[in-house]
Design a protein around this ligand. Structure first.
Ligand code: IMP
Ligand code: MG
Length: 174
């Protein structure tokens, strides 16, 4: 484990309150049947777990994995799926659950990937958004927090696999 200093940017209470608000929005937008929450491994794992339990009606869950080649703090735009969907999502109302949208390259790729399976609807829930970093024309339907262009860890987000289990979202100071 390396020796960065951590500053809390969004604390666990603030996360819990905001996740409850997003859950309410997702409930209202899906009156017809159970939304299919598809989380991107591994960064969205805690967000998915809390979001799914805050939605007070049945949901379905699945996970996908993606890896990008490039540096550890940004993605290069060359992707491969490391875990595919378990079940068909044709005609399902899908909510893709992501940890953070940075350049948008990952989200752009995942939207294309999911669309080929012909869901009835496809929305995106992102815990965090760095709008200032966007290079691709993608946006989330549900955003937890828009944050400045700082590298953050915790509540699922990592730096080289460290810090994922922190309960708060923290800025790393090198
Ligand atoms: P994008 O493809 O540039 O939008 O990058 C999205 C991915 O980069 C996220 O799913 C994260 O894995 C990673 N990422 C981007 N910014 C951060 C950060 O501040 N902390 C941790 N991971 C990040
Ligand atoms: Mg990620």
């Amino acid at each position: 484990m390396s020796t960065h200093s951590l500053q809390v940017l969004v604390n666990a209470d603030e996360i819990r309150r905001r996740v409850a608000e997003l859950a309410g929005q997702i409930e209202r937008d899906h009156p017809e049947g159970p939304p299919y929450l598809i989380a991107v491994l591994k960064g969205a794992c805690f967000f998915l777990a809390d979001l799914a339990r805050a939605i007070r009606r049945p949901v379905r869950l699945d996970f996908i994995g993606i890896s990008s080649y490039g540096s550890s703090t940004s993605s290069s735009g060359r992707f491969t799926m490391t875990k595919e969907l378990d079940s068909p999502i044709e005609e399902a109302d899908v909510v893709l659950v992501e940890d953070i949208i940075d350049t948008g390259a990952t989200l752009e790729y995942l939207i294309e990937y999911l669309r080929q399976y012909k869901p009835r609807s496809l929305r995106v829930a992102a815990l965090l958004d760095k709008p200032g970093r966007r290079t691709r024309p993608v946006a989330a339907d549900y955003v937890g927090f828009a944050i400045p262009d700082r590298f953050v860890v915790g509540y699922g987000l990592d730096l080289a696999e460290d810090y994922r289990s922190l309960p708060d979202i923290c800025v790393l100071d090198h």
